[in-house]
Write a protein that binds this ligand. Sequence first.
Ligand code: NPW
Ligand code: K
Length: 501
Amino acid sequence: MKIFNKEKLKEVDEFTIKEQNIKSEELMERAAVQLFGWLKTQLKEHQPKINLFCGIGNNGGDGLALARLLLNDGYEVEVYIVNFSDKRSDDFLLNLNRLKENKFWPEFINENSDLPELQQGEIVIDAIFGIGLNRPAEGWVKELIQHINQSKTYVISVDVPSGLYLDKAPDDKEVIIKAETTITFQLPKLVFFLPETAEFAGRVEIADIGLDQNFISNTAAEASLIQQPDAQRLYQSRTKFSHKGTFGHCLVAGGSYGKMGSVLLATKAALRAGAGKVSALIPKCGYQILQLGIPEAMVITAENEKHLTNTQTDFVPESICFGIGAGKEEGTKHYLEQLMKEHGSPMLIDADGINILAENKDLWKLLPEKSILTPHPGELRRLLGDWEDDFDKLEKAKRFSLEYKVILVIKGAYTITIADENLYVNSTGNPGMATAGSGDTLSGIISGLVSQGYDPGVAAVFGVYLHGKAGDLAAEKLGFEALIAEDIIQHLGKAYKSLFE
Ligand SMILES: NC(=O)C1=CN([C@@H]2O[C@H](COP(=O)(O)OP(=O)(O)OC[C@H]3O[C@@H](n4cnc5c(N)ncnc54)[C@H](OP(=O)(O)O)[C@@H]3O)[C@@H](O)[C@H]2O)[C@@H](O)CC1
Ligand SMILES: [K+]
């Protein structure tokens, strides 16, 4: 699903109005109908008091149209107009008049008003600012936002949590509504998925308001949200006549004394992801661990007892996963250098592989084109240096990806993959996956996909989705706390099957 920026969101609205020959108020009515339908479904027979806070632009207009639908259906509704300006939009005014025609008079609040009382168990609908926000809220509007955030109500934001910019980092986090749920119109917004701002949106619901599909399909987006239908399209089916050679040979090179479990996990994950054959290449001390831990894999040992050193293999792997649990010994660095020079095709580099690269910038030019780097935030910082905010981070990461022609998988609650200047935001995964070895399984999965012939960019996006989905399925059974990396591997098969359910 595409993620548009503010300008494109406005364009799709305008295009839809023209193409469908409708008035803008019609689009607003569709938005309100979607909001109403969602609320009614969630509330069932409950009738909590609903406090609607409406700004004076079209976001406020959405709120007023919703108020009319709720009142007509018998809900207890209080409507507050947050009267921060006299530049009211036409559709706001139209919906204000419709409310008055229904004999309902909202309460206008301004700098002289008392802050409304909000009780636990009530609902707040936040329709103060939408995508039209262009500066931080100030004075009494800021106080009102803080008052709503401090209340014990359930807060639902219309389109965007009020106060959150779509295209830049917040300058003051105290002036943003912290929603439990955000119901956004048709297209998700990037800020809902970035580490510094995701908390404001809470759970994100996407409401279809019939925006023009052709416009959406034909307009380039710099970011996409990867959900089940998108992942399904990436899947490559197998024929009856395939054999293990068809799915490639994956080499997992890593491990050091005390960190052999990581290689074991990645090796298992590569096999479960569907690699035809997997060889683990490890220092000598890991031989028995690997052979006993995963009989389906082959094991090659380096000369050294405790860390990886230059080692030749008698086969050419279709994919290489380098670096997990590897440490940063000089010999290990030389081995990475040798691999990058000799192995012309893309490699996945993770963990200490990334740390070695961060400390040896002279190696960057050796990175095979389309290699995949899978840093967690700490590793990314070591690689790129500091960043000011999430937008700055993404810019720096994009530049790095472009300059070295590599794919970056930025791990987080919503992992973002950068490939060919595009951002792919993953939608699967859960807090239970913040557990030791989770990243090793991800590297194994992606490498297993590359060995089967998936293009590295596709393997990264698809692998991240599958990894998160396997984690979600595991968490359904085990809960967050008890989930360990092995459970993610155990649920990979179900994650594949869920693509078609
Ligand atoms: N277009 C469509 O067809 C559809 C749109 N829809 C809905 O419209 C929403 C966008 O509406 P919108 O463009 O009217 O802007 P909105 O967010 O309501 O802000 C209002 C005005 O506030 C002002 N302002 C900004 N920052 C400020 C600040 N800090 N403090 C004080 N004032 C500030 C600023 O005006 P300014 O004062 O800068 O001239 C701005 O114009 C969108 O999110 C969705 O909910 C849906 O109905 C579907 C169909
Ligand atoms: K809002």
